[in-house]
Design a protein around this ligand. Sequence first.
Ligand code: 0X9
Ligand code: ZN
Length: 305
Amino acid sequence: SSFYERYHSLEDIYDWINRTIQDSPNTANLILIGSSYEKRPLYALKLSLNNRPNKKAMWIDCGIHAREWIAPAFCLWFVRHALLHYGKNQDITNILDNMDVYILPVMNPDGYLYTWTTDRMWRKNRSISNSSICVGADLNRNFDANWCTVGASHDPCSEIYCGEFPESEPESQAVADFLRSHKDSVQLYFSIHSYSQMLLFPYSCTLDEAENHKDLLEMAKEAVEKIQRYYRNNYKYGAGARTIYLAPGGSDDWAYNLGIKYSFTFELQDRGQYGFLLPPFRISKACNEALTAVKSIALRVIEKT
Ligand code: 0X9
Ligand code: ZN
């Protein structure tokens, strides 16, 4: 199997990032957006193919939850596809001609490392609380979107602990800071998770409908239909709160409220047979499904704007 059809340690991913920017110096740039609680660098890649003025952008983060290994694998898969097929595949060419792409392959490096060394089922980051012996906050409950209301917990021992205050965690703060300073260009936001095969959009922090709900629903529907047509696999789609559960403090809702009106959380394979332990032989199909959907939505956003 190829490099991209295996899971990789944090160290290997850092090496891969280095190699990628060295091999494609005109296309892939390294951006340090911050550092983790344990002081590891949070590196994002910027894929930029030409210097058109006022170019729009899309953001993809992977691995906000440590145990969801298919997510970082997808970020690497996406970068490989973009670098290899630009100028050959019409869709990715069209996307990169019209948008810069920012990719954060591992948003939670401390947690990811911990799943490789100590506890494969770890979800949160690894921040130490001053009120409890329990470690870690759920980074996807730590954003400032109805923070820590129903669907999150103030208990540091909970898997959905929201942290001390919104953006208390350096990983969520780094992403929020980056998006705040790039909100004029970033039009499309993706956060990649697993598992359950769902394409979700705002809101998850309230049962209220997003202002452009119809648009988001239509884009998600089309993306999911393409997955069904090309890969014979089913994904659910809809507003998070009504499709999966009410969960405040997520990055997607926060990005949406910031003004990024096309904001999605993508839950990749599978539906629970292997769950978080998706075997390597499934990586290729899982990533191609997600790639199909991401490209479909990006092309729609380009048309609309
Ligand atoms: O609960 C989550 O954070 C996500 N599901 S997961 O099983 N990967 O943990 C869903 C996130 C949906 N979006 C928001 N809750 N904002
Ligand atoms: Zn997740």
